[in-house]
Design a protein around this ligand. Sequence first.
Ligand SMILES: Cc1cc2nc3c(=O)[nH]c(=O)nc-3n(C[C@H](O)[C@H](O)[C@H](O)COP(=O)(O)OP(=O)(O)OC[C@H]3O[C@@H](n4cnc5c(N)ncnc54)[C@H](O)[C@@H]3O)c2cc1C
Length: 421
Amino acid sequence: MMKVAVIGGGISGLCTSYYLVKAGVQVELYEPYKPNKENNKEVPFGASYVNAGYLTPSHIVPLSSPSLFASGLKMMFQRKSPFYIKPRLSTNLIKWGLNFAKHSNNKHVDYAIPEIAQINLYSKELFQEILSSNEIGNFQYRDRGLLMMYKTKEVGEEELEVSHRATEFGIKSEQLNHEALKKIEPHIHNSVIGAVRYYSDVSTNPIEFMSKMWAYLISHQNFNLVENKVEAIHLKKSSIDVQIECGQENSCDKVVVTTGAQANFLLKSVGDSILLEAGKGYAIQTFKSDHIRFPALLLESKVAVSPFEDRIRFSGTMELSGINHNINKLRVSAIAESAEQYYQGLSTADFRLNEARCGLRPLSPDGLPYIGASKDPRIFVNTGGAMMGWSIGPAAGKLITAVLLEQKTELSLSPFALNRF
Ligand SMILES: Cc1cc2nc3c(=O)[nH]c(=O)nc-3n(C[C@H](O)[C@H](O)[C@H](O)COP(=O)(O)OP(=O)(O)OC[C@H]3O[C@@H](n4cnc5c(N)ncnc54)[C@H](O)[C@@H]3O)c2cc1C
């Protein structure tokens, strides 16, 4: 039986393992931070746990777009802004930044939109398939759509334009004025002038989905978890050795690197690298859960609002400050402040700011993921999901499984090739 090492247990690693296990492959998953309910071990950080849980067919515009580029430049020097780049003397950051600037044009946006829409819609179908198969059990899958709420006419018009483009892909939406919005979301602030409601988007609960996926995988005989960090990958003629922290080496036939923003640490050990930066985001929560009904994006402050069963998560910020999990209290409190700017009756005091968590979004400079083989055809990479990494988890996992097993893929993978820059 073919043995595959999947390195990294975020959504990319778990979905990759899910499809490999189903295909009858022997999977060894390496992840040092597996949550464990029995001994109350909680994952301290990680994009796949702190994200907003949206399945986002509506997010068709790539990160590298002229409007995001321009607003990013304006914001990046403000202490509390939702977008921040920490100045660093790093050749990787410089190369990444140059490529980001190069792709921030309308031609690239036109090229990327169909790719982003397709992989998101495909992934949504796969989430539905996982739900209806009942293999991992029932999980939150609320298809009430997503409200893109705005306070200024200019921002509203920009979102409306995006929504018109999205209709090309069958993504339905509707513009709501303040009064119409208040009917479905009664606590909105008087200064919110409207919203675009996308009907395509779905809200899930990441912690619930991740723990159910872990349980499913662990129940399989052809799945083995190694709760350890991988230090290096050693290529040999007829096999590959995966070296863990204690120095032990485990042999396998193929490897999938799913270590999110940290993918280069391992790729370098096999003589490869990709253009990748970490986009840190934070999440906080309030238990005033009867206050908000709909998942929403607060467009001016770039904060995502996710109602879960007993709590509401507010998440946001895109901080390019390298690989670290330091919590910037100023940015965390800016997320909480946005609550009172968009909703009545909510204030910063309603949040548990000292329990803020962060996660690193894996960002490519063109806003498209990396799904494919590395320079060595036995090493595969599935990362770069950026702001839609949760949404595309099942699709990316299924696509990389098909490539690894030399099967036909549902979507063309050339836009996601590792060597495209
Ligand atoms: C605040 C916030 C909100 C977001 N909201 C959304 C949303 O609503 N919808 C959406 O689609 N996306 C969202 N995202 C993006 C999404 O969460 C990420 O793109 C996605 O989770 C990335 O998953 P991943 O598995 O690739 O990486 P990660 O979740 O970072 O997982 C990588 C894993 O690899 C492990 N690892 C690293 N190095 C090693 C090593 N050497 N050996 C072994 N293991 C290792 C880490 O411990 C980690 O568990 C959001 C992100 C943030 C931060």
